[in-house]
Write a protein that binds this ligand. Structure first.
Ligand code: NCD
Ligand code: ZN
Ligand code: ZN
Ligand code: ZN
Length: 418
């Protein structure tokens, strides 16, 4: 038994000063004061205790491209950043996770390498709707625009996936309109002009409309405009995510980032970034879209930023500046993703839930570096950024998984969530 004593527990509804008792893998009791006989006591006084973050959008690059990341390094980066559960994406080439065989291969790889808990997403391709539905996978990802694998689907194949994949399971959409982008590529040079806001909004509108006709669950990935949030709110079976990349960076950062600043969908201007902040609400999910590439690939134009290790720190810093509340982090990074992706007994500090906890000292400052974020890709767009709020301990199902310096959880300790 482990007793987390004297901390301030962060719930979406508010902060609760209480002790928390861990028995085995679970939160056994929350109350004040708790004094069980034989527990190991962790003094959390003056600390915030959060539920472990759930990052519903990561690309850990297994099995295709493990020079940039793999399940072991990706999940180490997650834990060092207070993320105890991730959902991994299927957009790989060799093989793409678009067949049941590839999906099962990935399950074995993840089971041997993962240090944190995880769920795997199936990939939709032009012709695999029936196989995707049969796979039993908890969610599906489709791309309406170009990506580095065969996951790009036409509108008609997207509709087929919407109709065939079990209606209560989320179909997650990378919503950018391929035709519009291809046309604009002939006329514009800048990525933000080619993949403009309307390209995203049109694809978002298409996805929501078609999903609504079928009364099915749909999830819009990494949306980048205020209007898309408003559109998602009009349809009750839709959820959406925003990335810290689009919240904390804008086209104004491209000068500094150069080629490293390329990401899909692209960074938007400051006005649109402000619209995202204004629209954050009770239904928001924040997910990193952790998309690591080596610097050499970035210089060749690869889109994407590492992010699983910075999602929680950036939000803690925003809370320290009173831009958001600590409670919002518990809602956006734990409770809401657990709800959207049916992660049982995850995402909340409550009796009977998994003891996934993050203990934070809001009085400590530190600096983000690629080195302390542990991703194999070796860079971060937030290099050198000063953060208020130090993650001192992370527990995964009752076990100390990160002690503030070192990741203690070993490959294979993560568990698949179905
Ligand atoms: C992602 C990647 O590299 O896999 N890149 C990105 O810019 N977001 C793919 C994706 O999520 O679109
Ligand atoms: Zn995407
Ligand atoms: Zn992605
Ligand atoms: Zn690459």
């Amino acid at each position: 038994m482990i007793l987390i004593k004297g901390g301030r527990l962060v719930l979406p509804e508010g902060i609760m000063e209480a002790d928390l008792l861990i028995e085995g893998e679970k939160i056994a009791k929350i109350g004040k004061p708790l004094s069980p006989k034989k527990a190991q006591v962790i003094n959390a006084s003056g600390r915030l205790v959060f539920p472990g973050a759930i990052d519903a959008h990561v690309h850990f690059r297994d099995p295709e491209d493990t020079t940039k990341e793999d399940f072991s390094t990706g999940s180490a980066s997650a834990l060092a950043g207070g993320v105890t559960t991730v959902i991994d994406m299927p957009n790989y080439r060799n093989p793409p996770t678009t067949t049941i065989a590839a999906y099962n291969q990935k399950r074995i790889i993840a089971a041997t390498k993962a240090r944190c808990d995880y769920q795997l997403r199936f990939g939709g391709s032009e012709k695999n709707a029936e196989e995707a539905a049969r796979s039993g996978a908890p969610s599906l990802k489709i791309f309406l625009s170009e990506t580095r694998s065969e996951l790009t689907v036409s509108h008609s194949a997207a509709v087929q996936h919407f109709a065939t994949f079990p209606a209560h399971k989320p179909v997650c959409v990378h919503a950018e309109d391929k035709e519009r982008i291809e046309n604009r590529r002939k006329r514009f040079k800048l990525q933000s002009e080619i993949q403009d806001k309307l390209s995203a909004q049109l694809a978002c509108e298409f996805s929501l409309r078609e999903a609504a006709k079928l009364n099915r669950r749909v999830h819009i990935c990494h949306l980048t405009t205020g209007l898309e949030i408003e559109m998602c709110r009009r349809y009750k079976n839709a959820t959406y995510e925003i990335t810290p990349s689009h919240l904390f960076l804008s086209t104004a950062d491209l000068k500094r980032l150069g080629q490293l600043g390329r990401i899909n969908p692209p960074l938007r201007d400051k006005a649109e970034q402000a619209a995202l902040w204004r629209n954050l609400g009770k239904d928001t999910i924040i997910a990193s879209d952790h998309a690591p590439h080596l610097i050499t690939h970035k210089l060749d134009g690869a889109p994407g930023f590492p992010g699983v290790g910075t999602i929680f720190p950036l939000l803690l810093d925003a809370a320290s500046k009173r831009r958001i509340r600590a409670c919002d982090i518990a809602r956006w990074c734990a409770e809401n993703p657990a709800g959207a992706f049916y992660l049982k007994n995850k995402g909340r500090l409550a009796e009977g839930f998994d003891a996934d906890l993050v203990i934070v000292n809001m009085k400590k400052k530190w600096k983000i570096t690629a080195e302390n974020r542990l991703s194999k890709c070796g860079w971060t767009p937030f290099e050198g950024k000063e953060i208020v709020g130090k993650i001192e301990k992370v527990f995964l199902r009752g076990k100390l998984a990160f002690d503030g310096e070192i990741v203690l959880s070993k490959p294979g300790m993560g568990r698949e969530l179905l």
